[in-house]
Design a protein around this ligand. Structure first.
Ligand code: NAP
Ligand code: ZN
Length: 348
């Protein structure tokens, strides 16, 4: 075991604090990564605060990890010392079930091992990327293309794949009319990716405060959802709505914006279940769906796509000592558009 500096929540009610965590010795297929940058996802906040169920503490979150390979186990073939690599929301799965075989490890029938707060194969609780180093089995480590700097690549490991996967699954391309609800970490990636796929993109944000950014990121249109006119004017005008909102929203109002046969895909996961307005689905043969990150192969595909299209996250780099302030700003929708922790500061 190696002890490394990390930032962890000691309980669901307390702020994160500097601590040390253990990383396992390298197994034959393990990769040791020096973490250069770790993104702050809203899911980190939901999880450490117990929004989605009780956790084992202390818990170091972080599943948007970008870094450099420091050492490899004797049987590793996919990565070498010095490679620029990333780790997202999962660090293992059974590898044999129908979902793993298809490349959907996030739906592993045995349960994927998530990067933090999950029970690992050895019975320990996984600890995430808010730390100096991490040890991950090679098949869950992806390569970061040279065209992407590590700091702006880190958020792609969750925010990038979580928006890329549904946009691809629901066939978004030229001619698609796509609305992205919420211009935060996920939303600002969703806008860029949908635009790069050739869609006509509309942002639906609470206010017009970030309109200039939204248009610069590739949106064609931008509307405030606080203005009821928005819902009247945009009735039946989208094929796909990607909902990235971390809180509950009025599904009936948003479903009415879908054209006949359109799909609303939720990736934002609020604390409380939302009632399903079945009449709004029936009234336009509409679908309401969800999507959970994406598989490892698709994550690599997404990174290569972003590198080719020249898109990445817009970030604010912070030292680890400012994680708790960053959390408050994320909760206040005051993030432009992802906080990324400088991995060199976990030991400070
Ligand atoms: P974020 O950066 O905080 O962005 C969420 C955005 O939602 C905010 O910027 C804001 O956009 C909007 N919003 C927030 N509160 C709202 C409210 N009460 N009403 C309406 N809009 C509101 O969060 P994120 O990191 O993108 O994550 C978003 C959600 O996705 C979280 O619930 C997270 O846990 C979840 N998530 C899911 C997956 C998955 O695989 N399904 C993966 C990662 C994250 P505006 O200011 O533009 O209105
Ligand atoms: Zn995430």
């Amino acid at each position: 075991m190696t002890r490394v500096h990390a930032y962890a929540a000691p309980s669901e009610a307390a702020p994160l604090e500097k601590t040390e965590i253990d990383r396992r010795e390298l197994g034959p297929h393990d990769v040791l990564i020096d973490i250069a940058f770790a993104g702050i996802c809203h899911s980190d906040i939901h999880t450490v605060r117990g929004d989605w169920g009780s956790q084992t503490y202390p818990l170091a979150p972080g599943h948007e990890i970008a870094g450099v390979v420091a050492a490899v186990g004797p049987e590793v073939t996919r990565h070498a010392v010095g490679d620029r690599v990333g780790v997202g929301c999962m660090v293992n799965s059974c590898g044999e079930c129908r979902n793993c075989e298809r490349g959907d490890e996030q739906f592993c029938t045995q349960g994927a091992v998530f990067t933090y707060g999950a029970t690992d194969r050895d019975g320990t609780i996984t600890q995430g990327g808010y730390s100096e180093q991490v040890v991950v089995t090679e098949s869950f480590v992806v390569s970061i293309p040279d065209a992407l700097a590590l700091d702006v690549a880190a958020p792609l490991l969750c925010a990038g794949i979580t928006t890329y996967s549904p946009l691809r699954h629901w066939g978004v391309g030229p001619g698609s009319r796509v609305a992205v609800v919420g211009l935060g970490g996920l939303g600002h990636m969703g806008v860029q990716i949908a635009h790069a796929l050739g869609a006509e993109v509309t942002v639906l944000s609470q206010t017009l405060n970030k309109k200039d950014d939204g248009l610069r990121l590739g949106a064609d249109h931008y509307y405030a959802t606080s203005d009821r006119e928005t819902f009247r004017n945009l009735r039946s005008s989208f094929d796909v709505i990607l909902n990235t909102v971390s809180a509950g929203i009025d599904l009936r109002a948003y479903l009415s914006l879908l054209d006949v046969g359109g799909s609303m895909v939720c990736v934002g996961l609020p604390n409380e279940p939302l009632p399903v307005p079945v009449g709004a689905l029936i009234g336009g043969r509409r679908s309401l769906a969800g999507s959970n990150i994406g598989g490892i192969r698709e994550t690599q595909e997404m990174l290569d796509f972003c590198a080719e299209k020249g898109i990445a996250a817009e970030i604010e780099v912070i030292p680890a000592s400012q994680i708790n302030e960053a959390y408050e700003r994320v909760l206040a929708s005051d993030v432009r558009y992802r906080f990324v922790i400088d991995g060199a500061t976990f030991a400070d």
